[in-house]
Design a protein around this ligand. Structure first.
Ligand code: SAM
Length: 217
């Protein structure tokens, strides 16, 4: 993502009531923070927050956490939430590399990855949010019934992600190479990137990935 540094964004994210500080202290207690026993869905690499604010408004029975690495981007999502004041939506300025430090085993019910950075150079493949390295992290925080939902217009990244999921033994479903003209189009919520790239004529790829079956030993 092209990033324009916004002066004061970092400082604002340290005091804004919708941005959770010291997320490690909430590990294992996210449901208490939201004051409910509702499912917890997260988006990693949320960007400016259109997808998650829309979902949170539509589904008050689900708690949502948006995770974004950069304050200047997160600020835009926070501004949307300031207008909406949704009780079931909060944000973290956090690098998903350290996901297991903030979520306990099985604490997350769904992970959304939308238009994740492609990191095109081979030597950066491990940074892709769908690499086996990240899938391993997700497997530690996802509930057994949970899944990862991934969308991108980048065919190379999508093919890589399918390979990585299969290598890690994850089960893929709802696989489509043209989401907007597929049976899964109904109810699809567009992200900022999705609007931009589909307007340019790019088909959108999508899959859901479930963890390998637990053997119980
Ligand atoms: N999901 C949004 C959309 O579809 O419009 C934004 C897509 S943008 C290409 C990817 C976003 O992921 C950027 O805002 C970037 O800062 C964030 N990101 C990338 N790696 C991340 C990580 N390890 N942890 C948290 N956020 C990350």
């Amino acid at each position: 993502m092209r990033l324009r540094n916004i002066p004061g964004a970092r400082e604002e994210m340290l005091v804004n009531p919708y941005v959770i500080q010291e997320p490690e202290t909430h590990r294992g207690h996210w449901r208490e923070l939201f004051g409910s026993d509702r499912p917890l869905h997260i988006e990693i690499g949320m960007g400016k927050g259109q997808f998650l604010t829309t979902l949170a408004a539509q589904n008050p029975e689900i708690s949502y956490l948006g995770i974004e690495k950069y304050a200047s981007v997160l600020l835009r999502a926070v501004e949307k939430q300031e207008a909406l004041a949704l009780p079931n939506l909060r944000f973290l300025r956090f690098d998903a590399e350290d996901l297991e430090n903030i979520f306990a085993e099985g604490e997350v019910d769904r992970i959304y990855l939308n238009f994740s950075d492609p990191w095109p150079k081979d030597r950066h493949a491990k940074r892709r949010l769908t690499s086996t390295r990240f899938l391993e992290r997700y497997s530690h925080v996802l509930a057994p019934t949970g899944y990862v939902a991934f969308k991108t217009d980048n065919r190379g990244l999508f093919d890589f992600s399918v390979e990585q999921a299969q290598e890690a033994g994850w089960q893929l479903s709802e696989v489509t190479y043209d989401l907007h003209h597929s049976p899964y189009a109904e109810g699809n919520i567009m992200t900022e990137y999705e609007e931009r790239f589909s307007a340019q004529g790019n088909p959108i790829c999508r899959f859901a990935a479930r963890m390998p079956e637990q053997t119980g030993n």
